[in-house]
Design a protein around this ligand. Sequence first.
Ligand SMILES: [Zn+2]
Length: 92
Amino acid sequence: MTGHNDSQLMDQGKHLLGSTLTHRAWTPAHADEDHDHCTLCWAKFSNLGAPRELKSGFCTSDGQHWVCRECVDHFKARFRWLLVDAMDVRAS
Ligand SMILES: [Zn+2]
């Protein structure tokens, strides 16, 4: 991961401003892909058994964009995200 430059990342993710993000197990945004990247920090989502892969994250309602937990924690106030946790449903 490269160093965080917050203003650059805000610009990079501006299409996500005010989005609803759902926390759920990762599934590919496109059926022919075996991984996705966090829209902001480029962390990798996959199910390949790679050592640092992420198996869950926060997804936009259209399923096209994924954001990792680290970025959600860091940027949620500035992006004014509405966070929905779909992981809790199963746990209860
Ligand atoms: Zn990230």
